[in-house]
Design a protein around this ligand. Structure first.
Ligand SMILES: Cc1cc2nc3c(=O)[nH]c(=O)nc-3n(C[C@H](O)[C@H](O)[C@H](O)COP(=O)(O)O)c2cc1C
Length: 387
């Protein structure tokens, strides 16, 4: 029989082991980062995706990654947007999204050929827990040509104009269906509206088709996110986020999902304050369960000031936090029930606490992976909880 005094002793040992592992992995990543940061951001990202492809294919590393996550991440269950999460940090969309293809036939052929078209699909959830796959558009996209990712290391920020490069919803769904047995217990799927489609009926049709590809094949996520805010395509995201467009689209999607899967919507950080009041009301009225605030901030691209590239990381933190605060105030003033999921510049305990301070229960992150390594969320949670 285990005596009452033994758990604290074991707990002490476990904590020491965990701190040792955290410290070692932190030092290891600092060394790796020095090498990675010698490469241009895009090349470094491609090397990371190659590594993820290799890891996805091997079972022993998967076991090690899962064990690592179990040791490193604190148990802090939370519910947001009707999703139950083991802790309040999720990997945001855009990291595990997949390869770009020119045609749907080529993407489906790659799935048939057993190619890994979504690098990291297995490795990232094993290591970091809840992730959002995507964004996926109805049709595949090659994304923008040339340099599309920049690193601003002194300001711990990134900028990108990847332009929704992805294999398309049909091939992504086929790939995940094939690998359904190894999908994580908690995950989201992010569906983006089709860039360049102006007709609201067609937009709606394409979003619904994209969702059906997943659900009809049995890939039912913990939540779906509707991305209406990508700043890096031929679209003007502001025009997507009007009352008329969002009401019709959100209603169509929530009707389609029949309360079986909660719908979240991801919005821009740079709309007019009145626009956010309208959007929040529309989301509440159409049954959206959470709003992710926010996507990246549209700024001139470093190499071509005439084109826009979305800023992520520390330079996004203040605008994203201000938006989260405005949404939380509006929610409480109107008595809305939907949740706000914070996203923008969360890279340490303080930046996470900044969101908690406004009553936000769960957040998403992306850039922290680059600046603090694959276990970024574990460090951030421990710093925030002083654990
Ligand atoms: C290279 C890159 C690609 C991204 N792609 C997507 C995407 O496909 N869909 C999406 O909703 N957000 C995308 N994002 C935005 C992130 O999900 C997140 O909203 C943003 O990076 C802010 O979080 P952070 O400050 O923690 O990085 C992308 C971000 C980066 C840096």
């Amino acid at each position: 029989m285990v005596s009452k005094s033994s758990p604290p002793k074991d707990l002490g040992k476990i904590c020491m082991m965990r701190d040792l592992l955290l410290g070692t992995s932190d030092q290891l990543y600092q060394a790796i980062r020095q090498l990675l940061f010698r490469l241009p951001a895009q090349e470094a990202h491609e090397r990371i995706l190659d590594t993820l492809t290799w890891l996805d294919a091997h079972d022993i590393p998967q076991h090690i990654l899962r064990l690592t996550r179990q040791q490193m991440f604190p148990h802090k269950p939370v519910s947001a947007g009707e999703a139950d999460l083991p802790f309040p940090m999720m990997l945001a969309a855009g990291f595990v999204k997949g390869t770009g293809f020119e045609t749907e036939a080529a993407a489906l052929q790659a799935v048939a050929n057993e190619e890994n078209i979504i690098p990291g699909w297995r490795t990232m959830p094993a290591l970091v827990g809840p992730i959002e796959y995507g964004s996926y558009t109805r049709w595949p996209r090659l994304g923008n040509p040339g340099t599309v990712i920049w690193r601003d290391a002194p300001n711990r920020s990134l900028q990108n104009r990847v332009g929704l490069k992805n294999p398309g919803a049909k091939a992504a769904a086929a790939f995940l269906t094939k690998n359904r047995i190894d999908l994580p217990p908690v995950f989201g799927i992010n569906i983006a509206v089709s860039p360049g489609v102006d007709d609201p009926q067609q937009t709606q049709q394409e979003v619904l088709e994209a969702i059906r590809f997943f659900v009809y094949q049995g890939v039912v996520p913990t939540w779906f996110t509707l991305n209406i805010s990508c700043p890096n395509t031929e679209d003007d995201p502001g025009s997507r986020q009007t009352e008329a467009h969002t009401r019709q689209l959100c209603r169509a999607v929530t009707d389609e999902l029949h309360d079986t899967v909660p719908l979240w919507v991801k919005i821009s950080p740079d709309l007019a304050p009145e626009q956010y009041q309208v959007l929040l009301r529309v989301f509440e009225e159409t049954g959206v369960k959470a709003v992710i605030a926010s996507n990246t901030l549209a700024q001139p691209a470093p190499n071509a000031p005439g084109v826009v590239a979305g800023v992520a990381g520390a330079r996004l933190h203040v605008p994203a936090l201000q938006l989260a605060r405005q949404l939380m105030c509006e929610k409480s003033k109107r008595g809305y029930t939907l949740d706000v999921v914070g996203c923008g510049g969360i890279q340490d305990g303080l930046t996470l606490q900044n969101y908690f301070a406004w009553g936000i229960r769960a957040v998403q992150y992306w850039s922290a992976l680059i600046f603090r390594g694959p276990l970024a969320a574990a460090y951030i949670l421990r710093e925030a909880y002083n654990d």
